[in-house]
Design a protein around this ligand. Structure first.
Ligand SMILES: Nc1ncnc2c1ncn2[C@@H]1O[C@H](COP(=O)(O)OP(=O)(O)O)[C@@H](O)[C@H]1O
Ligand SMILES: [Mg+2]
Length: 245
C-alpha cells in the first residue's frame, strides 16, 4: 500500500481538487481500492465525498493523533492507495502526515505569490527525507509564466511533466461530488488528470516512465454515511469505512 499526500502552505493551490481527482483516477485505473483521508479542519475533501454518489474512493475516518494506526489498518484491510489532503499551513499535522507518506505532491499555481510560498513546504519535506513532486496547477493557456514557474520549481525538485490548466470544470465537477472524469465534455481536463496519475503511478512503482492504465469505472452506490475530516469533531469517533470489504 502506498500513501500520497497533497501538501502546500499556500491555500487555493489545488490540494483538495487534485487529491479528489487523483483518488478517483487511481481507482478507475485499477490501482485501488483507494481510501482518502482529510486532515484539513476546513473539511473540503470530506464535503466533496459526502456529496458523492459513488462509494469509490472509500473515506477513511481517521484522527490526526492516531493517523499512523489508521493508515496501518487501511493496509491490513487491503487498501492499495491512501490519498491524504492537508491544511494550508506548516503545522504539526503536516509533519505527522508527511512522516507516513511515500510521496508528497505540491500543487503550485504559476503565480509569484505561490512560487515564493513553496520554500517552507519544501524545507519541511526535505528535512524528513521524503520525495516530493511539484504539480503546476491552474495554468492559463499560452501564459509565459507557466513555463517560468516550472523552471523556478525545477530548481527545487522534480516537476510533474503534466500541467493542469485552469478550467471551470475542475471546480464545477466537485460541487456535487464528482470529478472532471465523470462530466461530459471535460475531455481535456480528464486527459490531464489521466496523465498526472500515470506519472504518479510510475513514481510510486519506481519507474521513471509513467505507466498509463485505463479501465472501466462502475459507479457504486454511496454508503449514505456522512463523514468528517480527520481533524473534525467529535475527536473520539471511531474510524469507519465507507463500505464493507
Ligand atoms: N485547475 C483548476 N482550474 C480551475 N479551478 C481550480 C483548479 N484547481 C483548483 N481550482 C479551484 O480553486 C479553488 C482552490 O482549490 P482547492 O483545491 O480547494 O485548493 P487548496 O485545497 O489547495 O486550498 C477551488 O475553488 C477549486 O475549485
Ligand atoms: Mg484544501
Amino acid at each position: 500500500m502506498k500513501v500520497v499526500a497533497f501538501s502546500s502552505q499556500k491555500g487555493g493551490s489545488g490540494k483538495t481538487t487534485l487529491a479528489g481527482h487523483i483518488a478517483v483516477q487511481a481507482e478507475r485505473c485499477g490501482a485501488g481500492p483507494v481510501a482518502i483521508v482529510d486532515t484539513d479542519p476546513q473539511g473540503s475533501l470530506t464535503d466533496w465525498w459526502n456529496e458523492r454518489q459513488s462509494g469509490e474512493p472509500a473515506f477513511l475516518q481517521a484522527r490526526i493523533d492516531t493517523l499512523a494506526d489508521d493508515i496501518a489498518r487501511a493496509r491490513k484491510l487491503g487498501f492499495q492507495l491512501v490519498i491524504v489532503d492537508t491544511p494550508p499551513a506548516i503545522t504539526r499535522t503536516i509533519e505527522q502526515v508527511v512522516a507516513l507518506t511515500d510521496l508528497v505532491l505540491i500543487p503550485t499555481r504559476p503565480s509569484p505569490h505561490d512560487l515564493r510560498a513553496v520554500g517552507s513546504t519544501i524545507e519541511l519535506i526535505e528535512s524528513m527525507d521524503k520525495s516530493l513532486v511539484f504539480v503546476v496547477n491552474g495554468a492559463k493557456s499560452r501564459a509565459r509564466i507557466t513555463g517560468e514557474a516550472a523552471v523556478v520549481l525545477s530548481q527545487h525538485g522534480t516537476v510533474a511533466p503534466v500541467t493542469i490548466h485552469n478550467r471551470t470544470d475542475f471546480a464545477s465537477s466537485m460541487i456535487d461530488g464528482r470529478t472532471v472524469m465523470e462530466l461530459p465534455n471535460a475531455d481535456k481536463s480528464a486527459e490531464e488528470i489521466a496523465q498526472l496519475w500515470g506519472y504518479i503511478d510510475g513514481r510510486l512503482s519506481g519507474n521513471a516512465r509513467s505507466t498509463m492504465m485505463s479501465s472501466g469505472f462502475n459507479k457504486l452506490s454511496g454508503s449514505g454515511q456522512r463523514q468528517q475530516s480527520a481533524s473534525g469533531e467529535p475527536a473520539n469517533q471511531e474510524m469507519r469505512w465507507s463500505r464493507a470489504l
